[in-house]
Write a protein that binds this ligand. Structure first.
Ligand code: ARG
Length: 455
């Protein structure tokens, strides 16, 4: 492509370090989409003839068909997807192929292709997150009044509902979806027509190519257009945060499926057996989703470091932008799909959850609140009295609601039979009716709200 200036061939190592077609062939469809928009605009502006445009458009379609059929011979000597496609175009249509690159450079070309690719990924993540949210919503709906222990420090704290726990994740994923949407809105500007860095003397129409590619407008500064990669960083930052949410839910699933917890059962579809221990059912999908966040965060870090300190405008460093982004979105794609499958198939063990919800004096706060509300005790005193009653139950080896009224009265005389109404896990969760609280009533309201939003 630059034989005019060069007389010797690059060394093999130069070729190896320089070639990106091994990975950027994933941009083939976007590259051809961008080239078609460019050629159409060139003809509309009278920069190339209608005949050349027609030859270019049908040539590009044929090349895309070859690539999709696996019949395209990618060559490292032609460096990247852009030069591979262009060379093949010249092979197929002759001279007209050489006119496609008028008024553009690989710098605005790759920036355009990559934006189109990332934008498609953002849309796909939106679909996948919505799917996962619906799976969480169905579980929340079915288990709005399934009582389970709520934890702080992974110690039993207060009873909550399983539905409430599912909706907590639904809220996180809704924000992830919002972050991807924000990123999409900000990135949806076209670099095409910025050319190498300074713009072009040809009378191109950047509004037309932007519109043809679904961008809201052309980018306003050609130097920025060819060298901005913050859209990819932002997409990966959103991906990283989403992956942390997936990782937290995975961790809970790993814990919940253990023999010690038995809170939920996973389906055969998302577990594996052991080659040596016949009794095992391992939550591999959850473990792998838990781990993928490492790869995704690593990708964000990799590109952040590539971009830091790069002077304007394009530098070849930026060719290193693609693999981390591909890797991050491949990992997130799989993770979201695996998680949606696990959540949809997961069966909560209601008896076991109820039993665990009552353990570890989980209604102690309810006892203290009762003392405040019924006996008008200052909360600090109520906390102290409750602590003594818990100590007594611990000595006796029973739950709070299994103590007798006399035993409680030996600590606080004012306690009456009515206290037993608040000491069960169900009563505890049901009483938490504040907005955003765990009571089945509040959970059902949230389920209805999300049902309306997600349908
Ligand atoms: N393969 C290159 C990349 O991914 C395309 C742009 C090449 N531009 C250049 N000035 N050499 O960045």
């Amino acid at each position: 492509m630059w034989g005019g200036r060069f007389s010797a061939q690059p060394s093999d190592i130069m070729r190896m370090i320089n070639a990106s077609v091994g990975f950027d062939q994933r941009l083939a469809r976007q590259d051809i989409q961008g080239s078609k928009a460019h050629a159409t605009m060139l003809a509309a502006q009278g920069i190339i003839t209608q005949d050349d445009r027609d030859a270019i458009l049908s040539g590009l379609d044929a090349i895309l068909a070859e690539i999709e059929a696996g019949a395209f011979d990618f060559s490292d000597e032609l460096e990247d997807i852009h030069l591979n496609v262009e060379a093949r175009l010249k092979e197929r249509i002759g001279d007209a192929g050489g006119r496609l690159h008028t008024g553009r450079s690989r710098n605005d070309q790759v920036a355009t292709d990559f934006r189109l690719w990332v934008r498609e990924q953002l849309d796909w993540m939106d679909t996948l997150i919505a799917r996962l949210m619906r799976a969480l919503l169905d579980q929340a709906d079915a288990h709005a009044d399934t009582i389970m222990p709520g934890f702080t420090h992974l110690q039993s704290a207060q009873p909550v509902t399983f539905g409430h726990h599912m909706l907590a994740y639904l809220e996180m994923f809704a924000r992830d979806r919002g972050r991807f949407a924000d990123c999409r809105a900000r990135m949806n500007e076209s670099p095409l027509g910025a050319a190498a860095l300074a713009g072009t003397p040809y009378p191109i129409d950047r509004d037309a190519t932007a519109a043809a590619l679904g961008f809201d407008r052309p980018m306003a500064n050609s130097l920025d257009a060819v060298s901005a990669r913050d859209f990819a960083l932002e997409a990966m930052a959103a991906a990283t945060i989403c992956a942390t949410h997936l990782s937290r839910l995975s961790e809970e699933i790993v814990i919940w499926t253990s023999a010690q917890f038995r809170f939920v059962a996973l389906s055969d579809a998302f577990t594996t057996g052991s080659s040596i221990m016949p009794q095992k059912r391992n939550p591999d999908a959850a473990e792998l989703v838990r781990a993928k966040v490492g790869r995704i965060t690593g990708s964000l870090t990799a590109l952040t470091i590539v971009m830091k300190g790069l002077p304007l405008a394009y530098s070849k460093d930026m060719q290193e932008d693609k693999e981390p982004v591909f890797e991050a979105f491949d990992a997130l794609d799989l993770s979201l799909q695996a998680m949606a499958g696990m959540v949809a198939d997961m069966v909560p063990n209601e008896r076991r959850l109820a039993e665990a919800a009552g353990a570890a004096f989980s209604t102690a706060t309810d006892l203290a609140d009762w003392l405040v509300m019924r006996l008008n005790m200052p909360f600090r005193d109520a906390h102290h009295v409750t602590g003594r009653i818990v100590a007594m139950a611990e000595r006796e080896g029973v739950t709070l609601d299994a103590l007798s009224l006399e035993q409680m009265q030996s600590v606080e005389l004012g306690i009456t039979e009515a206290v037993f109404d608040v000491l069960t896990p169900l009563a505890s969760a049901t009483s938490r009716t504040s907005y955003g609280g765990t009571s089945p009533e509040r959970v059902r309201e949230q389920v209805a709200r999300w049902r309306a939003t997600l349908s």
